[in-house]
Design a protein around this ligand. Structure first.
Ligand code: AQP
Length: 329
């Protein structure tokens, strides 16, 4: 199991948590799990060095606060394991230009930035992601729906390499939970909640003041109907709120539909806001506690990098050998 999260935005948002990190926490119990903060991916867009450093620590603190346990998983920072960049180059040389050009995330992001400002790094970032996954021989990759195409690319490249040089890489599958695959913007439930595309009112940052979070939930866009029912197409706003409440409370959506029969949207929003506040309040405190103890954080990351490198180095050595690189003596 392998997954990663970018350290770019400071606070994780609700989509990151429900779509990915929550699954990471559950899966560390049953899988040999590698989770990383992907700082190499972060620099595909310009970063202020001091901010990147602070946000990388903040991302690690949030992962620990969310429930990752360094005794149960390998938690590390991507740039601490140089094999990512090394295998990334190999994968670049295996990827067709047209193939990389079809990645929709690149198309969306470069269109937003303007073609002249988008970097080659942004273009090849899905290929680095392929290397991230293959280095650990991951069977499964827990991510949100927006990453499905990149996992498909990973499968294609793993099969291509194996076909050309002999069985080397495990071909991974995406692990995407249907219910939380895509959490939507609270103000525009037609688009996914995202740090770059959402308006501030539509984006729930886990580290925001809980009062602000409650306010955002209460002003979420719903519809002109009054029935509380899950219907992603006709009632995207209400369905999004039901998904959020169902996941945070553990109550199935059908139970919630029954609970709110004859009640108005106000009642649903109040309960979602309450569930959110209940979740984020201790999350914020725990994050701060980890940030206040940089020595523990550093030691967790040092151990994580050591464990990750042991696996990554073996895969890279085998890859280089299969390709015919002369061994370094
Ligand atoms: N809205 C979402 N619903 C479900 N899952 C989501 N993820 C992101 N948004 C949603 C999942 O979170 C994991 C880590 O995300 P990331 O920040 O490393 O990547 P991202 O997709 O770039 O996040 P954003 O907010 O969507 O950033 P921008 O706006 O820059 O594109 C991933 O598993 C992702 O699927």
């Amino acid at each position: 199991m392998l997954s990663g999260i970018q350290p770019t935005a400071g606070s994780f948002h609700l989509g990151n948590y429900l779509g990915a990190v929550r699954q990471w926490v559950a899966l560390q119990e049953s899988h040999d799990a590698f989770y990383m903060v992907v700082d190499l991916h972060a620099i595909t867009v310009p970063q202020d060095p001091a901010e990147l450093r602070a946000n990388t620590r903040l991302a690690v603190a949030q992962l620990l606060a969310a429930g990752l346990d360094p005794e149960r998983c390998t938690l590390f920072v991507q740039s601490h394991v140089p094999e990512h960049a090394q295998l990334g180059w190999v994968m670049n040389c295996l990827t067709g230009f047209g193939e990389a050009s079809r990645m929709t995330q690149f198309k969306d992001k470069s269109a937003k930035q303007g073609a002249d400002r988008a970097t080659v790094g942004l273009f090849t970032y899905p290929v680095l992601q392929v290397a991230d996954i293959l280095l650990y021989q991951a069977n499964q990759v827990p991510v949100g729906e927006d990453q499905r195409q990149h996992i498909e690319l990973t499968r294609d490249l793993a099969e291509r390499f194996n076909g050309r040089y002999g069985q080397t890489f495990t071909v991974p599958a995406p692990y995407i939970l249907k219910e939380t695959a895509k959490i939507f913007d609270l103000q525009d439930p037609a688009v996914k909640m995202s740090k770059s595309a959402s308006t501030p009112k539509g984006l729930i940052n886990l580290l925001d003041d809980p009062k602000i979070t409650a306010k955002k939930v209460k002003s979420a866009v719903t519809d002109t109907d009054t029935v509380i029912r899950f219907d992603a197409e006709k009632k995207p706003g209400v369905s999004n709120l039901l998904t959020i409440l169902s996941t945070l409370s553990g109550s199935p959506v059908e139970d919630l539909e029954r609970r709110y029969e004859g009640k108005g949207y106000g009642a649903l929003k109040t309960d979602v806001a309450e569930a959110m506040v209940e979740f984020v309040t201790p999350f914020r405190t725990r994050t701060q506690e980890y940030l206040d103890d940089p020595e523990t954080l550093d030691s967790i990351l040092a151990k994580g990098a050591e464990k990750a490198r042991a696996v990554a180095a073996e895969t890279l050595a085998q890859t280089y050998d299969r390709m015919g690189f002369l061994p370094a003596k």
